[in-house]
Design a protein around this ligand. Structure first.
Ligand code: GLN
Length: 280
């Protein structure tokens, strides 16, 4: 295994991967199913031909800059393991800002809240919240059937399937009812900036989850009427936003009658827009 690991490390380094050795090790684990300790202790163990072929295929895909999470099939979010695959956005650490904000805003963590996640993708936002809010129930909406299948799979794996429901839809268009908590990580990259993102993002992650139209804000305009209709009186919405988008979005939502606050991510960038319906 040691030689294969070295060769893979060189190949990943040449492809511009930042931590080639660590990633080669992760891919070897994915290819062999061996525990991390085994990889260290049994460095000289021979790779069987099938595992070698799997390893080389994974290394080739990573060298072509396919996201690591698609190759390992997993990404941690809110300290929970999420299954991810091509067709859903890989959960990002800054999105945890929304979970943090929402949990702080919930008065009573034991309450029977109704949560709505618009554009649920892997389900990471909704499922992280359901994990920490034991009596809440949630609905995740997505236009992508592929995403819905992955989100449902994550709900099962995390033991949350009895409280998590997923439906196909265009934002909240087809929904009725009212929700005390609404979350969303809409696509917010301006269309002409997509090509400049890291190759992992630009070439592999779903455009549907990233492309926010000419100014990056199309999705917020599209989901605004649904938010007005579906947010319960006294409810709160937490929406992820991109760098520099706060002023324009504040104006948009204030004009629609929301009280607007923001919360920064760990890099200090306003990342979460906190919206409350203005009292009647
Ligand atoms: N933060 C993501 C990125 O630029 C964008 C996510 C989104 O559009 N919602 O990689």
């Amino acid at each position: 295994m040691a030689a294969a690991l070295c060769a893979a490390t060189r190949r990943l380094r040449a492809a511009g991967i930042d931590e080639p050795r660590a990633e080669a090790r992760l891919l070897l684990r994915a290819a062999t199913g061996l525990a991390p300790e085994t990889l260290v202790v049994e460095r000289e163990r021979r790779l069987d031909p099938a595992a070698r072929a799997r390893f080389e295929a994974l290394v080739a895909r990573r060298a072509a800059r396919e996201p690591m999470a698609y190759l390992s099939g997993e990404r941690e979010f809110w300290s929970l393991p999420f299954h991810v695959a091509p067709g859903v956005l890989v959960p990002r650490p800054e999105t945890e800002t929304l979970v943090e904000a929402a949990l702080e805003l919930v008065q009573d963590r034991e309450a029977r809240l109704r949560i709505l996640d618009l554009g649920t993708g892997s389900g990471c936002l909704l499922l992280a919240l359901l994990h920490d809010l034991p009596n809440a129930r949630g609905l995740g909406v997505d236009r992508s059937e592929r995403a819905l299948a992955i989100a449902a799979e994550n709900a099962r794996r995390l033991g949350l399937a009895r409280r998590a429901f997923f439906v196909a839809g265009d934002w909240g268009r087809a929904l009725s009812g009212s929700f005390e908590l609404v979350v969303a990580n809409p696509p917010y990259v301006a269309s002409d900036e997509l090509a400049g993102l890291a190759p992992e993002v630009a070439h592999y992650e779903p455009r549907l989850a990233l492309d926010g139209g000419p100014d990056g804000l199309s999705a917020y305009r599209a989901l605004l009427p649904d938010l007005v209709r579906l947010l319960a009186p006294g409810g709160v919405a937490c929406l992820e936003i991109g760098r520099g988008q706060e002023p324009a979005l504040r104006a948009l939502f204030e004009a629609a009658g929301f009280a607007v606050a923001t919360r920064p991510d760990l890099a200090g960038i306003p990342r979460c827009l906190v919206l409350r319906p203005a009292p009647p």
